[in-house]
Design a protein around this ligand. Structure first.
Ligand SMILES: NC(=O)C1=CN([C@@H]2O[C@H](COP(=O)(O)OP(=O)(O)OC[C@H]3O[C@@H](n4cnc5c(N)ncnc54)[C@H](O)[C@@H]3O)[C@@H](O)[C@H]2O)[C@@H](O)CC1
Ligand SMILES: [K+]
Length: 461
């Protein structure tokens, strides 16, 4: 797990004040980290186009040009009149070496984008957009300095952005790199050490980036065990019964000792999954909402009123009865459209999906402020999992999962972990990790995965 920050300006400032480092020193490290990445990948004499803006992101680029000069064929392009003091100083230094700037863009082995970094504070004008689109058209290895230009501090792309193969981000990971919109633009991400180790540069945060190593599988460590030791998940199947069946199968494959599906019509279930009409006496967790459709209000209210661990999905995000349980520690797994509906039900916001996607972190925080016990898992290209003031970002998802049924598998995985005694936040985190890692282990191609393939991959984790 790594720390994420909305802004790092205060961390840079802390380095000057607390460790007596200077802006110049930090910048030298920023540039030399990019130099190192280029030297790792490209041999002497390769051509490197460095495109610089007017601020300190541009200054990083000019410092980089100096570091590469003579070993590489450096083309330094200054796109706008330099404004920052450091950029002017860096250009003076570069010119003293004899380094000349170029007036035209031309395709090179490497393109380094140093147009805008964390200082992007308004929409890109036409000139900047065309410049970025031009760079995106080059068949070069593309490196973004700090953050691909065009992504603002919220992670929003209002017009266009640089398409990086590699982003070398300065000091610490920025939250903006992990918005859904940024996902196609950042490429591989490396953090540059700015003169002190990350442990020293970073301060306490409430936002975290999950990685593969964080997954805690429900492995059995006790030898003296029986099926009752691993919980009994009850899945409520509604009108679209398939959703409940998929969730039940996923839960069984992810370690729940017993799984029952509550359904009043006959359904086709594998022999190891039971069908019942009401909650089992020994039920340890409930999964409800998937494919629910029309329902008997009294029955659903009764189920929601039990104090068992619970995962709530899909159709229930459109229903007022869901409001009654938001004071409890339940797991909610909405996709963006369902979350918009939930925000409206809760009187928090009346917004469209596009607006939510522009600032997912903000709306998640608002929801968790109002309902601090709830664990919210907001689906998306990067899943956000939040409770109270903490947000965990799972960046491991991919388009392989963009299919009907994937969400039902996730509900089953969360339910399985709840049934086995994981806390609500741990169940959401580890189910989401298992779900995304399993999908990335599916090797056939990225379009054909069906829920049963996903469950098979979960079993192999
Ligand atoms: N402060 C420090 O100690 C360090 C700063 N570093 C670099 O400094 C960058 C931040 O520098 P700045 O704060 O100068 O900001 P930027 O260089 O990101 O951009 C700010 C400049 O762009 C202009 N601008 C902003 N949005 C624009 C738009 N849409 N269209 C046209 N012009 C626009 C601003 O007026 C300003 O001149 C970081 O991203 C990082 O690359 C690194 O060198 C690490 C150390
Ligand atoms: K940049």
């Amino acid at each position: 797990m790594q720390n994420l920050y909305y802004e790092v300006g205060s961390l840079d400032k802390r380095c000057y004040e607390k460790f007596s480092l200077t802006e110049d020193l930090l910048m030298e490290h920023a540039a030399s980290n990019i130099q190192e990445e280029i030297e790792k990948r490209f041999k002497k004499g390769s051509s490197v186009l460095i495109v610089c803006g007017s601020g300190n992101n541009g200054a990083d680029g000019i410092a980089l040009a100096r570091l590469l000069y003579k070993k590489y064929e450096v083309k330094l392009y200054i796109a706008f009149e330099l404004k920052s003091k450091m950029a002017k100083l860096q250009l003076q230094r570069a010119e003293l070496l004899g380094l000349k700037t170029v007036d035209e863009l031309s395709s090179c082995d490497v393109v380094v984008d140093c147009l805008f970094g964390t200082g992007l504070n308004k929409d890109l004008d036409r000139v900047s957009q065309e410049l970025i689109e031009n760079l995106n058209g080059f068949d070069s290895f593309k490196i973004a300095c700090d953050i691909p230009s065009g992504i603002n501090p919220k992670g929003e792309i209002t017009t266009t952005a640089f398409f990086a193969d590699l982003t070398v981000t300065m000091g610490a990971l920025k939250q903006a790199l992990y918005s859904d919109m940024a996902k196609d633009y950042i490429g591989e991400v490396k953090v540059a050490n700015l003169g002190v180790q990350r442990e020293v540069y970073e301060i306490q945060t409430n936002v975290f980036l999950l990685d593969k190593g964080d997954l805690k599988l429900p492995l059995r460590d006790k030898k003296d065990a029986h099926k009752g030791s691993f919980g009994h998940l009850n899945v409520i199947a509604g009108c679209k019964k398939g959703a409940g069946v998929i969730a039940a199968k996923a839960a069984f494959g992810f370690g729940a000792g017993l799984v029952s599906v509550i359904c009043h019509d006959n359904i086709d279930l594998p022999y190891h999954i039971m069908q019942t009409h009401k909650l089992a006496q020994n039920c340890t967790a409930i999964a409800i909402g998937m494919g629910l459709g029309l329902y008997d209000e009294k029955e659903i209210k009764e189920i929601l009123n039990t104090n068992l661990p619970m995962i709530i999905d899909a159709d229930l995000f459109h229903e007022n009865i869901t409001l009654n349980i938001l004071e409890k520690e339940v797991v909610l797994t909405p996709h963006p459209k369902e979350f918009c509906s939930l925000l409206k039900l809760c009187n928090l916001a009346d917004i469209k999906v596009e607006e939510l996607q522009r600032d997912r972190f903000f709306y998640v925080k608002e929801f968790c402020k109002k309902y601090p016990k709830v664990v919210l898992l907001l689906k998306g290209a990067n899943v956000l999992i939040a409770q109270k003031d903490k947000i965990y970002v799972n960046p491991l998802g991919s388009a392989v999962l963009s299919k009907g049924g994937s969400g039902d598998v996730l509900s089953g995985l969360v339910g399985a972990l709840l049934a086995q005694g994981y806390s609500a936040i741990d169940a959401a985190i580890h189910a989401s990790l298992a779900h995304t890692i399993a999908a990335s282990n599916y090797k056939k191609n990225n379009y054909s995965l069906i829920p049963s393939d996903l469950i098979e991959e979960v079993k192999k984790l």
